[in-house]
Design a binder for this molecule. Sequence first.
Ligand code: C6P
Length: 405
Amino acid sequence: MRDVRRDFPILSRTVHGKPLVYLDNAATSQKPTAVIDALDRYYRETNANVHRGLHTLSEAATAAYEDARRKVARFVHAARPEEIVFVRNTTEGLNLVAHGWARKFLKAGDVVLLTEMEHHSNIVPWHILRDQIGITLRFLRVNDDGTLDLSDLDAALEGVKLVSFMHASNVLGTINPVRQIADAAHAVGAKVLVDGAQGVLQMPVDVGALGCDWYAFSGHKLCAPTGIGALWGRYELLEAMDPFLGGGDMIESVRLEGSTWAEPPARFEAGTPAISEAIGLGAAVDYLCSIGMAEIQAEDATLTAYALEKLPQVPGLRLLGSAPQRGPVFAFTLAGIHPHDLSALLDEDGIAIRAGHHCAQPLGRRFGVPASARASLAFYNVPEEIDALVTALMGAREMFANVRS
Ligand code: C6P
C-alpha cells in the first residue's frame, strides 16, 4: 500500500514547509494520476456533448459516459447499468429519492425512519418534505458507544414506509448493520435508502447483498472528481419514480400541451450532465478495482487499529464513538482547546484535519459536543502520519498549557 502513495501527486507536496499529512479524507479523498489523466485526455481528445450529436466526438463522449455507468454498476454489483443514475453527489441522490419517490408515494401521517447520527443531507430533505406533505419523521437513537440503538427495532418500524440511514458515520466511524435493518424494514413493507457517502470507499459494496432499495454516494469521496455521484436504485423503483428536474435529455416527447419522460436513468439526468466527471468516476473505479476493495478494507482495518492504540495516549483526548464495527474516522475533543484552534495549529505542521459539527448537528447534541476535531484516513495513509498527528496533538496541549500558565 505504501507504493500507492506515488499514485497521488498531491501527497508529495508540502504545506507550510512540512510534508502534507492529509487526514481529511471523509470530507473528500485525494485523486490518483489515473483520474487526473482521464480528465485531461477527455478534454484534449474527446470533449463534446453526449446523447445529442452524430459526429465522431459526440459519439466518443457518449460511449465513454455510458462506459463509466457500466463500470460504476459493476463496482456496486448492480443488476444492470440502467440502475445507476448519475447525480452531483450523495446529497442530490438522497434528494432525488425524497422528491422522486417519497413525494409521489407517501401521504400525510406516513412515517419515515431516520437515525440520530445522520448527516444533514439525510435529515433536511425529509424536513422539507414533512413541511410540504405532512409525513412524520422518527429517529433511531444512538448508544453511548456510537452504535445504533436497535433494541426495539420492531416497535420503531411500526407504520414506517421508508427507512433512510447511513452506511458508515462521518463522525463516529460506526459501520451500521445495513442488512439487518433492511430485512426488518422489508418485513413491514418499508423501502430502504442507504447513504453510502462514507461506506463506498471503506469496503466492497454489493447492493444486492446489503438488501437495500437505493444506495447513494459521491464520486469525490471515492478518488473521483467533485460534481459527480451516483444513485443506485432497483430498476422497478426507478421506473415508478417521477423526475424532480425537467429539461433536455430526460424526455420521451414534448408538445406544448405536455411532456412524457424517458425511461430511467435518462429520466433523472436532465440537462447536459457532468460528462468529464462521470468519466473520471469510471477511471477512479478502475483504479480502486486494480488495488482491490477487499485490500483497501484490510488496510483501513490496520490503520484503524493503529489509530485506536495511539490516539488515547494523548492526555485529555476524548474520542467520540467506540463501535466494534468501524471505519478509519476519528472525531475527538482535546481538553481545553477549541477544535478550530487545534485544526489551525495542526495546519502549521502540514496536517489537515476537519473541525466543526461535521454537518451532523443533532449527533453533536446527542454527545454534548457542538464541535469536534476529526481525523479521517484512507488506504493511502501510513502509520507514520498517525504518529505525526499524535505528536502534533501533544505539542498543541503543551503549547496551550504554557499559554494558560
Ligand atoms: N460529508 C464530511 O466532511 P456530499 O456533500 O453530497 O458529497 O456528501 C454528503 C454526505 C452525506 N452523508 C455522509 C455520511 C457524509 O459524510 C457526507 C459528506 C463530508 O463529513 C462533507 S460535509
